[in-house]
Design a protein around this ligand. Sequence first.
Ligand code: AMP
Ligand code: MG
Length: 405
Amino acid sequence: MKKHELTAIEDALEHILRNVSSAATAVEDVVLSQAVGRVIAEAIKADINVPGYDNSAMDGFAVNTASINQSECTLAISQTIPAGSTGNKLEPGTAARIFTGAPIPAGADAVILQEDTEFDEQKVTIKQLPEAGQNIRLCGHDIRQGDVILDQGYKLLPQDIGLLASLGIPQIKAYKPLKVAILNTGDELVAPGERLSPGQIYESNSFTLEALLKALGMEILKLGIVKDERQATEAALLKAAEEADCIISSGGVSVGEADFVKEAVSAAGELSLWKLAIKPGKPFSFGQVGNIPFFGLPGNPVAVFVTFLMLVKPYLLKMQGAKNIHPESYRIAAGFELAEPGSRQEYLRVRLHKSRDKQELQPFPNQGSSVMTSTSWADGLAVIPINSKVKQGDLLDFLPFTGLL
Ligand code: AMP
Ligand code: MG
């Protein structure tokens, strides 16, 4: 395979994302307690102001600053306003005992911290001139009624769930989760829990993919291990296309004699991408079976992990209706050297080492595409562009798993 026959990842991603079908436009109501991770199908507006009324940010005394003109003065305590109650209009020349979150009484314009006073049951002595507005949380200062709080296509984070609850919203409209079919080709594969015979290995890719898809909140259809036969492969693909919104296979896309995925997909649909200039992940393919999108991932487990994160995940997020689909990356210094430039863009499994005055990336010693330990050991991926050498201290794009998964 010559270099120029491999598609660059940027071109592959552009092609893939251009071809996102909108299978996942069905919308459903989701209660707040089930809504984390869901993509919202319509913008969410606030029906109320937050806070809904001027209230005290502190435990202390509500006063009218106009009636206080010397820093040391003593006022009668005319009422007590705990949170959850509403006070009366402040009698001129008095103070109201007030607690955090309680409504500011009419006629008051500042709250003096309890710690800045001396007080008993009847009176309070103020030691500092208050400023108008101090320690008051104004009505609507966080959210104004009618404000758009979250846009359509936004994927809900845990903190958003609390935000929605604070607006009195019990449920949201979200896109129905995509259903993704997983199939794994290989005569050598055996499910974990079974006995290995000579020449066999445990099938792990479907577990990696299932876990990655679960983290995206998607439904999974596991079609199991498929024999390295053209017929069996085609039958599995057709079944997947009938039942799922998207198909992901692993293995069988190299150029070996037992690699039937290309043939089977070409018979049942078509491939529009075949082999990428990335490492790991060169034997990657994309196309469709019928009108269902198909990703043919490599067999090697690390290649499955990397190509899913870099290519399949953005696609699925877009198909799911999400607007923010690309992973965050950071420029971090290399703590290593690469003397030989590569002809494919490389995704190294690296750790981020931090010391007091610097942080740098260190690669796992064995970057083989079958070495799964590299993925558990690492904090993320470092990107080495095509034809690049790396010197100590060169800045590299680092994609932490915390943002990728
Ligand atoms: P292939 O592309 O089918 O030639 O597979 C490449 C390598 O990945 C071979 O060493 C396979 O044994 C391995 N492999 C393929 N599928 C899986 C799987 N589902 N789980 C673990 N290893 C796999
Ligand atoms: Mg195989």
